[in-house]
Design a protein around this ligand. Structure first.
Ligand code: SAH
Length: 312
């Protein structure tokens, strides 16, 4: 099996100055150290970091950051080298050399785009608008193309590549949403709402407290040719009840709006909560149970927990 790495990107933003040159700082890292290396690079990177994830277990991750090619670049590289040196001394699994390369003006946008290779998650195939539909995957024969989602990483979180988004997309794929009423709270790019619509949901509502996300989700829904009612706000601003409610937020927000989420759920519906760091799982569970929901499913990926709930 060729092991084309999958990639995810945190805080993705297209470079504001796509005409200036950039410097790519890359560090190979074993699984244990990825988080620490990412943190170091995130401190200097403009517009987030990229992580190449190996397909074969145990292979090295490559964490990359991009900084403008200016007088400060040298200082940033030195800072990364020092911090990586300290991390190595810490003995947190293998961490490779810091490699630096300059990316010329015209190459920059292409290099940035190349971070987003198409990926498959559950029944979904997610590709950025600039990449071709997946010829090679189709050619593999037994692998069906799946449901295609076209998403460009915009300002809003949710390119489909973050572990919590993956967990929710898998839930969208597992639930039978044909004819269902679906609510997506904290829609970001709109990825979960769009995926639900593509899986046959009859009515999809999506809310987000961030106007940028509302815009991105609206545009992405149109680009995918599906109907999603996107609005600014949260679960408390929505009326009606839903067969499935998705809430990929963070633990504290989930706890704060547990009652609102439960209130939007049809008596036979499923509430999918994600974005929960493992140490806060019990607190979220407590809040949801207090609001009248009971746990029916659970998924954990690294440190991230997804809880599936129904009416008690
Ligand atoms: N659903 C997407 C994005 C998740 S990121 C995905 O699964 O990838 C979380 C989103 O929730 C962000 O866009 C953020 O703006 C939004 N958000 C944060 N607090 C919120 C709240 N109280 N109500 C609704 N949206 C909220």
């Amino acid at each position: 099996m060729p092991s084309a790495p999958s990639r995810w990107w945190m805080g993705a933003q297209p470079p504001a100055t796509s005409r200036s040159a950039y410097v790519e700082i890359a560090v190979e890292s074993g699984t244990e150290a990825v988080e620490a290396v990412s943190e170091i690079l995130d401190r200097v990177g403009s517009g987030g970091i990229a992580v190449d994830v190996p397909l074969d277990e145990g292979g090295p991750h490559v964490v990359k950051a991009y900084v403008p090619y200016d007088h400060a670049a040298r200082i940033k590289v030195r800072r990364v080298r020092e911090a990586i040196g300290r991390l190595r001394a810490f003995g947190l699994g293998p961490v490779g050399e810091v490699t630096v390369r300059r990316i010329a003006d015209e190459d920059w946008l292409e290099a940035w785009k190349a971070q987003f290779t198409p990926i498959r998650i559950g029944p979904f195939f997610i590709r950025p608008s600039w990449s071709e539909p997946p010829g090679p995957l189709r050619a593999q024969g037994p692998v069906p193309l799946g449901t295609e989602l076209v998403l460009d990483p915009g300002m809003a979180f949710g390119t489909g590549l973050h572990p919590t988004t993956r967990q929710c997309l898998e839930a969208v794929g597992q639930l039978d949403l044909r004819g269902a009423r679906v609510l997506d709270v904290g829609t970001g790019s709109g990825i979960l709402a769009i995926a639900a619509a593509k899986r046959g949901a009859a009515q999809v509502a999506a809310v987000d407290t961030d106007p940028l996300a509302v815009r991105a989700a609206t545009e992405n829904a149109a680009r995918n040719g599906v109907r999603v009612e996107v609005a600014l706000g949260s679960a408390a601003d929505v009326t009606g009840s839903f067969d499935a409610v998705f809430a990929n937020l963070v633990a504290d927000v989930l706890i704060a709006i547990a009652g609102d989420l439960r209130a939007r759920l049809d008596p036979s519906g499923t509430l999918v909560c994600a974005g929960i760091v493992a140490e806060k799982e019990a607190a979220v569970r407590g809040a949801m149970e207090g609001a009248g929901a009971r746990l029916v499913g659970r998924d954990q990926r690294d440190d991230w927990v997804r809880l599936d709930l129904r009416h008690r």
